[in-house]
Design a protein around this ligand. Structure first.
Ligand code: IMP
Ligand code: MG
Length: 174
C-alpha cells in the first residue's frame, strides 16, 4: 500500500455531489416506477450503496460478480460470471450499476446476459467512463465522470485488491 503512488482526482465532497445529481436524474426518469438495481461486484458496491440511498423512488437490489481475469492494470478481455442474480427480472425495469467502463466488454456481456430474461428495460449507470479505451461500442445511460486513460483506485475501485476503501477517487502515478 505504501508503495502505491497516487493523486486525488475526485475528492469525496465532489463524489457526493455528483452521486446526488445522478440519483436525481434517475429518480426523475423512473418516476412512478420501481427499479431493480443490479450491482457488479466487487467494484460497484460503494457507489451503489451511496446511489440508492439518494434515490427518491423505490428499488430492489441484486448483484452479479463478473471478472475479466488478468492482474493489475491489464484485463484478459474474456468476461466470466462467477455469481448470477437471484431475482426474476422478467418485465422489470433494470438499472445496472458499475464502477467504471473501460473496454466496454464487461457491460456488453452483462446487458446481453440479462436481456435473455426479458426485462422491460435495461439501463446502465457507471460512475466513471474511460471513453478513449473502448474495444467495443458501448454507451452508458448515466455517467458520473469521464476520465482520461490512467489507472483509477478508491471509492470501490482496486489495484490488485488494494485501495478500494479510499474515500476519494485517485489515479495511480507510475
Ligand atoms: P471493461 O470490461 O474493460 O469495460 O472493464 C471494466 C472493469 O475493469 C471494471 O468493472 C473494473 O473492475 C475494471 N477496471 C477498468 N479500469 C479500471 C481502473 O482504472 N481501475 C480499477 N478497475 C478498473
Ligand atoms: Mg468491476
Amino acid at each position: 500500500m505504501e508503495s502505491l503512488q497516487k493523486e486525488v482526482l475526485y475528492p469525496k465532497e465532489l463524489i457526493e455531489k455528483r452521486v446526488k445529481e445522478l440519483a436525481a436524474d434517475i429518480s426523475r426518469d423512473y418516476q412512478g416506477r420501481e427499479l431493480i438495481v443490479i450491482g457488479i461486484l466487487k467494484g460497484a458496491f460503494i457507489f451503489m450503496a451511496d446511489l440508492i440511498r439518494c434515490l427518491s423512488i423505490p428499488c430492489q437490489v441484486d448483484f452479479v460478480r463478473l471478472a475479466s481475469y488478468g492482474s493489475g492494470a491489464t484485463s484478459s478481455g474474456k468476461v466470466v460470471m462467477t455469481k448470477d442474480i437471484e431475482t426474476s427480472i422478467k418485465d422489470r425495469e433494470v438499472l445496472i450499476v458499475e464502477d467504471i467502463v473501460d473496454s466496454g466488454l464487461t457491460l456488453t456481456f452483462l446487458v446481453n446476459w440479462l436481456q435473455e430474461r426479458n426485462p422491460r428495460s435495461i439501463k446502465v449507470c457507471a460512475f466513471l467512463d474511460k471513453r478513449a479505451r473502448r474495444k467495443v461500442d458501448f454507451e452508458a445511460d448515466y455517467v458520473g465522470f469521464t476520465v482520461d486513460d490512467g489507472f483509477i483506485v478508491g471509492y470501490g475501485l482496486d489495484f490488485n485488491e488494494k485501495a478500494r476503501f479510499l474515500p476519494d477517487i485517485c489515479v495511480i502515478r507510475e
